[in-house]
Design a protein around this ligand. Sequence first.
Ligand code: ZN
Length: 347
Amino acid sequence: MSVPVFDGHNDVLLRLWQKKSASAVRDFLDGDGIGHIDLPRLKAGGMAGGFFAVFAPDDHIGAPDDSDLNPPLAGSLSRSKAQVSTCGMVELLHDIVRESAGAVSLCTSVADITSAMATGRLAVILHVEGAEAIAGDLDGLQALYDKGLRSLGPVWSRPNVFGHGVPFRFPSPPDTGPGLTEPGKALVAGCNSMGILVDLSHLNEKGFWDAAKISQAPLVATHSNVHAICPSSRNLTDDQLLAIGESGGMVGLNYATGFLRDDGRWTTETSSDVLITHLEHMLRLVGEDGVGLGSDFDGARIPGFIGDSAGVPKLVAAMDKAGFGSGLIEKIAWKNWLRVLQRTWGV
Ligand code: ZN
């Protein structure tokens, strides 16, 4: 079956920004064939859009790999350094939208997304992954909102003024450190009142429960998997999945092999069976309305059978083969994301 796919997480803006090239915008629009995502491959894969992450890198941060399955938590990043890359990637996204001649839409409401999907435009949500560019008194949050920010992860997998991210450890429980700081709690409340989705994917377990206690919105982990299947510290325990379901929230399946496999390895030789197993577990605990996709394209090593964003129909075919049925596949592929965004944004 052919179905549009709305995706919970990708890192293409970081990939493009790191090129430091004047051609980065055209590379996206015309396709550069590098990594997992560009516009032609998104179209080839039937991808209608998704959350485009702005992630402020540190010089030594790379994607996790098999060389160390127990790395320490990454060091913190200064606000000034984070502001440079954050602003750079936000501007890059605005340049892409401007130069796309209507092919790419920056969406700040579900009406924007449905209209983009109806007319074949790529629907992009601006997401910031790790709030280092925002000060502890929330200075900077409004400016990002004005630029189109509608989804925010308080931390990436490192400590900042708002809390402690979870490291990429295997095997390890997600309970790896202290919870949200007072500014972190204020940030969750601030996002609630502004209608910004709070992404819990990189929080450690104490931070997750702190956010769950404060948040008035459905709980969302845009790109995380099932800890009971793959015991990576980045994955969600059954109790966390149940809490997400009870809140009317959502979890997006991450294609990163180290968060999928029961041996925690980063190898492209990973079959569709393991993704289906995660989805089935999520469906049991979170419910049919709370499961979606959160690829982590351009941010992780993904299974070879998907390859890149043009290969997403192969995952849809695997769901079909597993007997999910067209109604459920549509929910997972895009409808659930729109439902949870409607509840979170209110528009
Ligand atoms: Zn991430």
